[in-house]
Design a protein around this ligand. Structure first.
Ligand code: F6P
Length: 362
């Protein structure tokens, strides 16, 4: 005889996709099912609650086999556009659609929501939860690893592995052609991907937004490498590093959106001139976000998913799951999003890189 589900919860993914999101969904569904709870997956972030009929589907253990661990992206879909509090309308104006989303959530009949997102998404979800009076648990995901109060976020490790592999592949070409290879990586205003992959991939120069650089210093470092008898070099540059005029290089997209992009080309052209050497630029882009999650991201996702369900069981809300000191903990969402976690210019990883002779161009 089957018993009625004791709880019904919702889950959504929001913001840019990254590797490990499906592994979180799987963990939530598997653990919730063991408690005889129902899980509803909301499609395309909050957009699924904006439309009528609402777009959400029940997720059961049959929907989440172990293949989900290996799958990049998110089976629920996601969006990093359309803030519900200032939703873009066809005539160019914006409208507050928060009450429609809250009504959509009520229609779903769930007692709590698990929101997987970065700082922007978690801030929006928290505002909706406060206004709508529904319980929320946040799970941190971002390849940028810029959320506060957690040592790492889902997607970061995979992004670092991809960037490291790119350096592994660029190095032989650099060596064969006596070139300076420049790799531009993502990360927004935080240089975590550049720093970690730069160390792991043996970069000679790592440029991050947190440490101001000069082109002359980079050139000096590369010329010294040449003088020591090595004819090639690797540079990793984070997308939000500024030009010497203090400007960000941006790319415009349809609908007036702007994204970082192009600083690699800038550094490549300037360094070619200053070092009288051949440079080539690779922009890694969304390759860092898709594809198979690393083992570490799968582990983190599994830990976070199970713990999120446990928090709902305990009735502990408005918390974000976090990783700290080899353990899963939970912290106030408000505090996590209030603290934008950039690279500490005096931190251990920067010191390690300096100890290895890496230049930050400073
Ligand atoms: O925040 C994740 C991220 O991948 C950033 O590193 C990057 O600047 C941005 O998203 C790219 O956004 P989009 O997918 O909209 O191009």
């Amino acid at each position: 005889m089957s018993t009625a589900p004791s709880k019904r919860i919702a889950i959504l993914t929001s913001g840019g996709d990254c590797a490990g999101l499906n592994a979180v969904i799987r963990a939530v569904v598997l653990h919730a099912s063991r408690l005889n709870w129902e899980v509803f997956g909301i499609e395309d972030g909050t957009h699924g609650l904006l439309e009528r009929p609402i777009r959400a589907r029940k997720l059961t253990v049959q929907d989440v086999d172990s293949n989900m661990l290996r799958q990049g992206g998110t089976i629920l879909g996601t969006t990093n556009k359309g803030n519900p509090f200032a939703y873009p309308m066809p005539d160019g104006s914006t409208k507050d659609m928060s009450e429609t989303i809250i009504a959509g959530f009520r229609e779903l009949g769930c007692e709590a929501m698990i929101g997987i997102g970065g700082d922007g998404s978690l801030a929006i979800l928290r505002r909706l939860a406060e206004q709508g009076g529904f319980p929320l648990i946040g799970i941190p995901k971002t390849i940028d690893n810029d959320l506060g109060l957690t040592e790492t976020s889902i997607g970061f490790d995979t992004a670092v592995s991809v960037a490291t592999e790119a350096l592994d592949r660029l190095q032989p070409t650099a060596a064969s052609h006596d070139r300076i290879m420049i790799l531009e990586v993502m990360g927004r205003d935080a240089g975590h991907i550049a720093l970690a992959s730069g160390i792991a991939g043996g970069a000679d120069v790592i440029l991050i937004p947190e440490i101001p650089y000069s082109l002359a210093k980079i050139a000096e470092h590369i010329k010294a490498i040449h003088q020591r008898g090595r004819s090639f070099a690797l540079i990793v540059v984070s997308e939000a590093v500024k030009t010497s005029d203090g400007e960000n290089k941006m790319v415009s997209f349809y609908g007036g959106q702007k994204r970082f992009g192009g600083v690699g080309q800038y550094i490549g052209a300037e360094i070619a001139e200053l070092c009288q050497a051949e440079t080539r630029v690779t922009v890694l882009g969304h390759v860092q976000r898709g594809g198979q999650p690393s083992a570490q991201d799968r582990l983190l996702a599994s830990n976070f998913g199970v713990h999120a369900v446990e928090l709902i069981r305990e009735g502990k809300y408005d918390r974000m799951i976090a990783w700290s000191n080899r353990a899963v903990i939970d912290v106030p969402i408000a505090e996590a999003i209030a603290h934008y976690q950039q690279v500490d210019p005096d931190g251990a990883l920067v010191q390690t890189a300096r100890g290895l002779g890496v230049s930050f161009g400073d």
